[in-house]
Design a binder for this molecule. Structure first.
Ligand SMILES: [Zn+2]
Ligand SMILES: [Zn+2]
Length: 157
């Protein structure tokens, strides 16, 4: 078996759907292990057709499996304000957590955190940083669906 001759950019082919998909029961979501994000059930077909190079058999297996599940939509997710344990198979990013009292909102970029503080807390630049860095995860990709959960890990400098 000359496995090393495979180009590194292609995903290794396997005939088992468990290499690609994981059902998270706690949040009722299907996670793509390769892209480390949740895939809404209505996009399962598109996602595994467009984003993956799969054997028809594996894709069919994934679609059959997904069709038996009724997964949550991004809008149905409730994000806990307190710190949570990392969800397996979701990527971890550097984010920011709002330090205003009882807000605890987590956002992925400094710009979005500043905007949030301005709009929701009438923050002004002279107030200084009212947020700290944290490690965060998001279930869905895409601007409308991106909401982060706080993993409570400060970034180590
Ligand atoms: Zn994927
Ligand atoms: Zn806030």
């Amino acid at each position: 078996m000359a496995l090393d001759t495979e180009p590194k950019t292609t995903q290794p082919k396997t005939t088992n759907m468990t290499a690609y998909i994981f059902f998270n029961q706690e949040h009722n979501l299907l996670l793509c292990k390769v892209h480390q994000c949740a895939v809404p059930s209505k996009f399962i077909y598109r996602h595994f057709l467009d984003e993956h190079d799969l054997d028809l058999k594996v894709r069919q297996e994934i679609i059959n499996y997904a069709s038996q599940l009724c997964t949550a939509e991004a809008s149905e997710l409730v994000y806990a304000p307190h710190k949570v344990l990392p969800v397996p198979y979701l990527s971890v990013v550097d984010g920011f957590i709002c330090q205003y009292k009882e807000c605890n909102k987590v956002l992925g970029t400094l710009a979005s955190m500043k905007w949030h503080c301005k709009v929701d807390h009438t923050w002004k630049a002279k107030d200084g940083e009212k947020w700290t860095e944290t490690r965060a995860q998001t279930f869905f990709q895409g601007n409308n669906n991106k909401r982060y959960v706080n993993l409570g890990w400060r970034k180590l400098i």
